[in-house]
Design a protein around this ligand. Structure first.
Ligand code: AMP
Ligand code: ZN
Length: 474
């Protein structure tokens, strides 16, 4: 499989350190609010990556953190802790907020068929691990104490900007965010490993440490949780593109300084979902969540398809018009699949199956080209082979796409059957529908409308189609 590696800025053949296991780490959500559909785009694409790796034959161990402490309002270690902000907003404790939004996050993931990672670890479970790393960094001279906090000293590194494509001045912490600089820092990009003092005094969660009572910085948690569950070498680390700097840059700095060797080989970054007016936000404009889309009548699978139709390394613009297009595509696709006959006694045509699978694999292996992978499903429908083979191929591909294709098609078939059955078994309604049709033919609109209204009063809706009039109970 070839994947674009943000470290080398090239597509590279993915080769795990140990053939027996791919060690995969994902930055998890900050659980101070619901995830917006932008956040979920990132988790959908990471889910496809994990499933694609499994599909091509690798066993995967995937770890995700839950950020329940230490992520300040600005990624540059300034402002209030996001968790505290959430707790104050809702007049609840930080732990109540964390539990509520962690559960909400996984409920959203379930709706979107995003598999739960093998290990999910809240940061507040791993304070001892973080303290151990911070102690190690102090011992090795990569960290210093100032104003009560422990900072990572970025000047000790030969190369701090691991992803290499940042303009130092523009992205320097403080300057970038337009916020006042932390005068404790020796270098602009130094970052906090452990806070004992900050601009606000009422941090709810605090722990004993060799440097005083306090709490960990945001970046240290991902290094600590990864080391705890995946050991000293990591194959692939994922996150949204905004995490590349400073979060992932800082993760690399502290992990490699602590370990004394290279830590992670591949970095997979998902580009952003934006709205027409720019960045997706939890506080400004419409707060776009999966539940909001559902309340507007969209199946979460439509949103998943919308994401899969574009490449993860391109920004994607969300609009209801674009989502409507995905809804039509999903409806048409599943309707076509519903026309395939699942009860056939024919066997799978192995040659045809392998050829179709080959196309699907080529799409995945080419830097996770999900839109081509979806096209491979259309190719199945057009292929000259039997329905058993087509259904087998679609079932196989959907292990990765997770669009509920066969389930949605089966539902459609069942609905159609129910509709047909309902009509067959009600001669009185059929007679009224026929009478209305006859009235319409005679241009007796008043009679036609009267019959329609009479049926409506009984909870029956007439649907006019080119093939004639059908009806359904509403
Ligand atoms: P957070 O809960 O803020 O820590 O973010 C969770 C994940 O969503 C991170 O991997 C972010 O990089 C990612 N993310 C944030 N905003 C967007 C967006 N608009 N589109 C895609 N991913 C995003
Ligand atoms: Zn992280």
């Amino acid at each position: 499989m070839y994947l674009y590696n943000s470290l080398s800025h090239k597509k590279e053949e993915f080769k795990p350190n140990h053939e027996g296991l791919v060690k995969m780490y994902t930055c998890g959500p900050t659980v101070y609010h619901f995830a917006h559909i932008g956040n979920l785009r990132t988790y959908i694409m990471e889910d496809v990556l994990e499933k694609a790796l499994r599909y091509v034959g690798y066993p995967v161990k995937r770890v995700m953190n839950i950020t329940d402490v230490g992520h300040l309002a600005s990624d540059a270690d300034t402002g209030e802790d996001k968790m505290l902000k959430g707790a104050r907003r809702e007049h609840k404790s930080v732990m109540e907020i964390a539990k509520y939004y962690t559960d909400a996050f996984f409920a959203d993931c379930e709706k979107l068929n995003i598999k739960r990672p093998d290990v999910v670890e809240p940061a507040t479970n791993c304070i001892d691990e973080f303290i151990q790393i911070v102690s190690g960094l102090l011992e090795k001279g990569f960290a210093y104490l100032a104003g009560g906090n422990v900072y990572f000293d970025t000047s000790k590194l030969e190369k701090y900007y691991a992803f290499g494509d940042h303009e130092e001045e523009n992205l320097a912490v403080g300057v970038r965010e337009g916020v006042e600089e932390d005068t404790n820092k020796r270098n602009k990009n130094d970052f906090v490993l452990w806070f004992t003092k900050s601009k606000f005094e009422d941090q709810a969660l605090k722990w004993e440490s060799p440097w005083g009572v306090g709490y960990p910085g945001w970046h240290i948690e991902c290094s600590g949780i990864s080391l705890k569950h995946l050991g000293e070498d990591l194959d692939i680390h994922c996150g949204g593109i905004d995490n590349a700097f400073p979060h992932h840059t800082n993760e690399i700095a502290q992990s490699e300084s602590f370990l004394g060797h290279k830590w992670c080989n591949y970095w997979f970054h998902v580009h952003h979902l934006n709205t027409n007016d720019g960045k997706m936000s939890k506080s400004k404009g419409e707060f776009l969540t999966v539940s909001l889309l559902e309340s507007k009548g969209y199946d979460p699978m439509v949103y998943r398809l919308f994401c899969l139709q574009s490449h993860y390394r391109r920004n994607l613009v969300f609009s209801y018009e674009n989502l409507d297009n995905a809804a039509v595509a999903y409806q048409k696709l599943t309707a076509k699949i519903a026309e395939l006959s699942p009860d056939t006694e024919e066997a799978v045509d192995k040659e045809a199956f392998d050829k179709l699978k080959g196309k699907f694999l080529t799409a995945l292996n080419g830097d996770l080209n999900t839109s081509l992978a979806v096209t491979a499903v259309y190719d199945v429908l057009k292929a000259k082979t039997n329905d058993t083979t087509k259904l087998a191929a679609i079932k196989d591909f959907d292990q990765v796409l997770s669009l509920n294709l066969l389930e949605a098609a089966a539902k459609m078939r069942a609905e159609k059957k129910r509709e047909e059955e309902a009509q067959e078994h009600d001669p009185i309604i059929d007679a009224l529908v026929s009478a209305r049709l006859a009235a319409k033919k005679e241009k007796n609109w008043a009679e036609a409308d009267r019959i329609r209204d009479e049926l409506k009063a009984q909870g029956i809706e007439i649907i006019d189609t080119p093939q004639g009039s059908k009806w359904k109970r509403v």
